[in-house]
Write a protein that binds this ligand. Structure first.
Ligand SMILES: Cc1cc2nc3c(=O)[nH]c(=O)nc-3n(C[C@H](O)[C@H](O)[C@H](O)COP(=O)(O)OP(=O)(O)OC[C@H]3O[C@@H](n4cnc5c(N)ncnc54)[C@H](O)[C@@H]3O)c2cc1C
Ligand code: SF4
Length: 470
């Protein structure tokens, strides 16, 4: 333990994100660069616990608790505090194939289970992790390390999302000759065409993939197994095949108005957006559709994917955004039935939800303020098999009647409604029943554009861990 009194002397301070009103004007990452000195101070808050729950990687109450890839957190915290950044990088690289991904987009169950969290705000583990790997790349410490010997075995990995990348990396390190097949034009799966650029810069993904190629992994993009190459052929050509195909099938929401125009699944909205951005950057295209420009957008689903749709709509220059959430507003502090070290089910303001209300947008999730009545909604499933909505302080009401009286609905003119939805393939994740319906009266159909996102999905950490873990 570097500084015995660090947690008493210093308050938790996370690395600031760029100003919301500034960052909404571009597609660059929202994160500010780290300040090494400040991160070292945060590292000193770690108590180097005898039983450090931060790295346990357990499942408690069906939720991840502690780091799922068992990062050696107390060790790298201490090394960072002492300014031994290179050693910290070596510790981090022992357990985590891609800390630059997890350091940016992991939900950080490590912080939820940090022992310091019992009495004080947790150590800023995620920031420390991201700073270590960013410094390592900046300093040129991350270099290709091809295996010294090859086993002579050939392995095909199908799908280049985080699961496929991690599987390929591990197999390559073990000396097998790995070919990574990806049906999309660029590698990364949802790291590339799901999570938007402002949350995870795509250069960060391609940089890692290029390093893996330099280590001997063969990447074949634009090849769909089962279409371009048969599974039989694949089995004949390779000693082993690993399937890491993700969950591409969306779940529909058969509600009144679903047949109207401009209703999209989240991935039909987010994926092409990133593709267009990067096609333009690479000089392959000049087209940028900005689908939500000037539209009133409704996003159904209050999770990460919904937030990504909010952030994307704002950057398109939408007229307004309403985000609907099925769950009631979570408490600010842990509830009595959600004790440490469980994942804290508390209210969090995510990056897509701008804090200061820009003039033309009304974006608040779960928050009920008099200035933003149209966007303060939590929806609950009622036994009548209809979604009912509850504002955080008001009485229960149906989503439809809520929308009917909302300023957004009244402001719209064109009779189109757009929804987008993303579904989970993870049977362990509870998900809203798609048989439920929103009672949708005519005024809702007057919404110009809506985006529907039902975002129950496997977390990045879980997906990577599931494959990396022996
Ligand atoms: C919008 C969005 C935001 C998210 N944000 C976060 C976040 O902030 N933090 C987090 O932890 N998680 C987040 N997630 C979840 C996370 O992205 C996924 O859990 C993770 O990407 C799953 O990894 P995977 O490798 O299993 O699948 P995927 O990332 O889906 O990759 C599967 C790949 O397989 C390819 N493929 C499929 N079939 C074939 C075939 N027949 N031939 C060739 N290739 C094929 C697909 O094209 C795809 O590239 C988000 C998900 C979405 C949709
Ligand atoms: S639980 Fe928190 S305080 Fe304890 S070792 Fe882990 S990061 Fe440090």
């Amino acid at each position: 333990m570097g500084k015995a009194t660090g947690f008493m002397e210093f308050e938790r301070k996370t690395i600031a994100n760029r100003d919301p009103l500034e960052r909404v004007k571009d597609w660059n990452e929202i994160h500010e660069d780290f300040d090494a000195e400040k991160v070292q101070t945060q590292g000193s808050r770690c108590m180097d616990c005898g039983t450090p729950y931060c790295h346990t990687g357990m499942s408690l109450a069906n939720m991840a608790s502690g780091c799922p890839v068992n990062n050696l957190i107390p060790e790298f915290n201490d090394l960072v505090y002492r300014g031994k950044w290179h050693d910290a990088y070596l510790r981090l690289a022992k357990t985590n194939n891609f800390p630059e991904f997890t350091g940016r987009v992991c939900p950080a169950p490590c912080e939820g289970s940090c022992v310091l969290g019992l009495i004080e705000p947790a150590v800023t583990i995620k920031d420390i992790e991201c700073s270590i790997i960013d410094k390592a790349w900046n300093e040129g410490w991350v270099k290709p390390q091809p295996p010294e010997e090859r086993t002579g075995k050939k392995v095909a990995v199908v799908g280049s999302g985080p699961a496929g990348l991690a599987a390929a990396d591990q197999l390559n390190k073990a000396g097998h000759l790995v070919t990574l097949f990806e049906r999309a034009d660029r590698p990364g799966g949802l790291l590339m065409y799901g999570i938007p650029n402002m949350k995870l810069e795509k250069q960060v993904v391609t940089r890692r993939v290029q390093l893996m190629q330099a280590e001997g992994i063969i990447l074949e993009c634009g090849i769909e197994i089962g279409v371009d190459i048969s599974s039989k052929q694949l089995m004949e050509d390779f000693d082993s095949v690993v399937l890491c195909c993700g969950a591409t099938k969306p779940r529909d929401l058969p509600i009144e108005g679903r047949e109207l125009n401009n209703i999209r699944y989240a991935m039909e909205f987010l994926g092409p957006n990133t593709k267009e951005l990067w096609d333009i950057k690479d000089g392959k295209s000049e087209q940028f559709s900005e689908l939500a420009k000037g539209k009133n957008v409704v996003i159904i689903g209050g999770g990460d994917t919904g937030t990504d749709c909010v952030g994307t709509s704002l950057r398109h220059g939408c007229k307004s955004v309403v985000q609907l959430e099925i769950m009631p507003k979570p408490p600010i502090e842990r509830a009595a039935n959600n004790p440490w070290p469980e994942w804290p089910k508390t209210y969090k303001m995510d990056y897509g939800t701008v804090k200061k209300k820009p003039k033309r947008f009304r974006v608040k999730t779960h928050v009920n303020t008099s200035s933003a009545p149209a966007v303060s909604l939590a929806m609950q499933m009622a036994t009548s098999r209809r979604f009912t909505s509850t504002t955080s302080s008001g009485p229960a009401t149906t989503a439809a009647s809520y929308l009917k009286r909302s300023k957004v609905a009244h402001a719209c003119s064109k009779p189109t409604l757009s929804c987008s939805q993303w579904a989970s393939s993870d049977p362990k994740q509870p998900s809203p029943k798609n048989s439920a319906s929103i009672s949708t009266p005519a005024p809702m159909c007057k919404l110009n554009t809506a985006s529907l996102t039902l975002a129950s999905k496997v977390s990045l950490q879980q997906a990577t861990c599931a494959v990396v873990s022996p």
